[in-house]
Design a protein around this ligand. Structure first.
Ligand code: 26Y
Length: 826
């Protein structure tokens, strides 16, 4: 019934599809259908699918306007959407019709889908999570909008030089036009920077002068799976308010005249490519304010259209802050309420603290945002005053509860003393929000016991909670692994439209783990997915991957805490072991192919060295006749959502090996396990909850636990033990690298020194148990029957990790919003 409603008004037959396709070729593209390349066919298909999305989008917005439900807004500086066409076809239920339709016209749907460029407006996990949440919001019919920035350039394209250096090239993703966005040239707001702020006696402020730029809305339609609901992702583009400044021009200052136009455009020109290291750059601060100011203005305008007084804002609006990046929304809403809406401080603060919700995504100190006070004062003088006022009232309250506790006040202050003073955005976000959450059980506990401990003591623990991350099974199972999805549907005897929205249904697969015929089908699909990946590597890199081996995959941003270095040193260890084996011994070895992919922040020197080491180890071992039949290694350049969709279904084992307590959650771990890949990991983030669901016997855990980490680090500094003594296996591997076995001996010294010296991420503590765990993986893989059983049971028990579950937790326990299905007009 739901699907019938979802398809109302959609022409779900092949003739309509071809008609609309040809129509777009001739009119929108002004081309001829008989003389069209795949790119043109992609554009025509996209435009024709888009027609359906627009109809649904319009009905959805009309439905909200009529019913006026409380709405939630997801503010994120990153939305890592990937490709849209395939997902839109799936969610609209039009995949088969388009497959047949374009075939009739002489095209292959796969080739067409492959022409789309990824929308890569994000760095990694945080941005992809936002994309999964939008999919789930629409699929569960929640009134949920996203707000972000329309970067002209997304995450850089990664090139790998022959020596193994990462080179960055721009990502001009909008070059071929983007059929998935609707420019809203009429939806604009002016945003001010710099200038002067004057405080009046009544507490209000007047902020004027400075620079004004214009925010223009671009809307991206977010279809739900099998629902009419098509929510909106609104992305802002910055434009100069005036093309050029006439005064400067008349004064003969040509450069000054065009400058204002340059700086306005600059705000949304590029996504900052660093995650986990905050640099305090002025342009980044301007991005954050530009986006939060435009989004709040838009939210408030929509609220006001209902004719309700502003004090009812929290009854109609919930705003989720995706990390601290949008925290300026808190002082901005205070500014609007006090300076423009005439509220007194207390009433304004009570509105603010009932509207915002803050998700923390990391406890790593270098990733916690701090903004220099002088910079905020310069760019946002009125906001600095408000932040100081918030701090004053907050610290007064702390002082009342804990009299004469100066140290506590210093720890909790929104302002960190120093030169310069800095605003601690996590403190501001925590103080200004109704709820604070982490993204997996362990991480949420760490938030409560480390970075925000004082705040838990002061405000009570009920404000702090957990929402374990999730992933959308539509993209991360049905789309990326269609054969497995079909097998599941056939086996469960439940329509996929049902189990893809109720992922706990996968439990029905458990008994089939004992069914030999089913296992055979399951394994054959994995095999074909490996071949698909091998084909990708062959056609893009010209390299031949053997597909009769175990596929071992680690794909994520390069970071010391994620320990790609541990993995590559483990590969070298395996290589040295193989070199020392007799041919007889080698015959017992199961071949392994190790894949890496991931980008390093352009200024992250150690991470780039790790890539270089991986690439050079690969060229050595892939050509060594003694070992190449047993061990192959690939670094696949330019990791992206689309590449993940090929890699994940092909993996037998994937690695999630962060130092315990450092990976807040991880979400690719969920994607691999959902696709029947087993997990090799540390007892960290969501790995723990995955093990709880699928059973510890089906995952490979190793390494020290979180409570031990602090003490181990202390030992490294105060009681260092020479590496040769502490971990001879690791010492031997490092020696070989240092001796130049993979070339460039001196070049790797800084990387090796991170381990030889403080070894902050505990490689020397975990190396032996890591190697032992890899051995257990080998052993388990020898028994293919048992392995496939583990694989099936893993998939079967992953229901918890659907982002539908996660988004409904946010909706129910935080936002207090409900599904608002689109109804047929009477
Ligand atoms: C402040 C700025 C430099 C910054 C920019 C991006 C800081 C952090 C980030 C991105 C963080 C991120 O991606 N965090 C990841 O979020 C995922 C979704 O919750 C988690 O699964 C993952 O463990 C966490 O590292």
């Amino acid at each position: 019934k739901v699907w019938k409603e979802a398809l109302r008004g959609v022409d779900k037959d092949v003739p309509s599809v071809t008609k609309s396709f040809v129509n777009h070729v001739q009119t929108s593209l002004a081309r001829q259908a008989y003389n069209l390349d795949d790119l043109g066919a992609y554009q025509a298909a996209a435009l024709s699918v888009r027609d359906n999305l627009i109809v649904n989008w319009n009905e959805t917005q009309l439905n909200y306007t009529r019913k006026n439900p409380k709405r939630a807004y997801y503010l994120s500086l990153e939305f890592l959407m990937g490709r849209t066409l395939d997902n839109a076809l799936l969610n609209l239920g039009l995949k088969e019709e388009y497959r047949d339709g374009v075939k009739k016209l002489g095209f292959s749907i796969e080739d067409i889908l492959d022409k789309e460029r990824d929308a890569a407006l994000g760095n990694g996990g945080l941005g992809r999570l936002a994309a999964c949440y939008l999919d789930s919001g629409s699929s569960t019919e929640l009134p949920l909008w996203g707000y972000g920035l329309r970067y002209k350039y997304g995450i850089f394209q990664q090139l790998i030089s022959p020596e193994g250096n990462q080179l960055e090239a721009p990502d001009p993703w909008l070059e071929n036009q983007n059929p998935w966005e609707l420019p809203r040239l009429d939806v604009t707001y002016e945003v001010r920077f710099y200038g002067q702020s004057e405080r009046l006696a009544n507490g209000r402020g007047i902020w004027q002068g400075g620079q004004e730029v214009v925010a223009v809305a671009y809307d991206v339609m977010i279809p739900g799976y099998g629902t009419k609901t098509t929510n909106n992702l609104r992305l802002w583009e910055s434009r100069p308010k005036r093309g050029f400044d006439l005064n400067s021009f008349n004064a003969g200052n040509y450069e000054g005249a065009v400058e204002s136009s340059n700086t306005a455009d600059a705000i949304t020109s590029v996504l900052y490519p660093n995650d986990h290291t905050s640099f305090g750059k002025e342009l980044r601060l301007k991005q954050q304010y530009f986006w939060t100011a435009a989004s709040l203005a838009d939210i408030i305008r929509r609220f006001k259209q209902q004719g309700k007084p502003m004090n009812q804002l929290p009854d109609y609006v919930a705003i989720q802050l995706n990390d601290t990046h949008p925290t300026l929304a808190i002082p901005e809403l205070m500014r609007i309420l006090i300076d423009e809406e005439d509220f007194g401080w207390d009433q304004a603060w009570s509105i603010v603290t009932n509207v915002f919700f803050y998700t923390n995504h990391t406890v790593l100190p270098e990733a916690l945002e701090k903004w220099p006070v002088p910079l905020i004062e310069h760019v946002l003088p009125r906001h600095l005053q408000i932040i100081y006022d918030i701090n004053l009232f907050f610290l007064q309250a702390v002082e009342r509860k804990y009299p004469n506790d100066r140290e506590r006040l210093a720890r909790m202050s929104l302002i960190e003393e120093g030169f310069p003073k800095q605003v601690r955005m996590a403190h501001l976000a925590a103080v200004g929000s109704r709820k604070v959450n982490g993204v997996a059980e362990l991480h949420s506990d760490l938030v409560k016991t480390t970075i925000l401990k004082d705040f838990v003591d002061f405000e009570g623990v009920s404000k702090f909670s957990n929402v374990t991350n999730g992933i959308t099974p539509r993209r991360w199972l049905d789309q990326c692994n269609p054969e497995l999805s079909d097998l599941i549907t056939k086996t469960l005897k439940v329509e996929k439209t049902v189990w893809l929205k109720d992922l706990a249904k996968l439990k029905g697969l458990i008994p089939f783990a004992e069914d030999a015929a089913f296992r055979k089908e399951w394994a054959a699909i994995k095999q074909r997915n490996k071949e698909r990946l091998a084909h990708y590597v062959q056609t893009t890199l010209g390299l031949t991957v053997r597909t009769d081996a175990m596929f071992d995959v680690q794909i994520k941003r390069l970071h010391e805490y994620k320990r790609q270095t541990l993995n590559i040193l483990g590969v070298i260890h395996r290589y040295l072991t193989l070199k020392a084996m007799t041919p007889e011994e080698k015959k017992k070895v199961n071949p392994r192919v190790v894949f890496f992919a991931g980008k390093a922040a352009p200024a992250y020197y150690i991470a780039k060295l790790t890539i270089r080491l991986i690439v050079n180890v690969a060229s050595k071992i892939n050509t060594d006749p003694d070992t190449k039949d047993y061990l192959q290694l690939y670094f696949l350049p330019d990791y992206s959502v689309s590449l993940a969709e090929v890699l994940i279904p092909a993996s037998d084992i994937s690695q999630h090996i962060s130092t315990a307590g450092t990976e807040a959650s991880g979400t690719s771990n969920m994607k691999f396990c959902l696709n029947g890949g087993l997990l090799l990991g540390t007892v960290d983030g969501a790995n723990i909850e995955i093990a709880e669901e699928v059973g510890e016997s089906n995952v490979f855990f190793f390494g020290h636990l979180t409570p031990a980490v602090e003490d181990l680090r202390y030992q490294h500094i105060y009681h260092p033990v020479p590496l040769e003594e502490k971990c001879p296996g690791l010492a031997r591997v490092i020696e070989q690298v240092a001796a130049g076995l993979f070339g460039d001996a001196e070049i790797y010294e800084p990387l090796l020194n991170t381990i030889r010296q403080t070894d902050y991420y505990l490689l020397s503590d975990d190396f032996d148990s890591y190697i032992a765990a890899l051995g257990m993986v080998d052993e388990a893989y020898q028994d293919q029957d048992e392995w496939v059983k583990k694989s099936i049971k893993t998939t079967a028990n992953m229901g918890k990790f659907s982002s539908d579950r996660a988004i409904l937790e946010y909706a129910e326990s935080f936002w207090n919003i409900e599904p608002s299905p689109v109804e047929a007009p009477k």
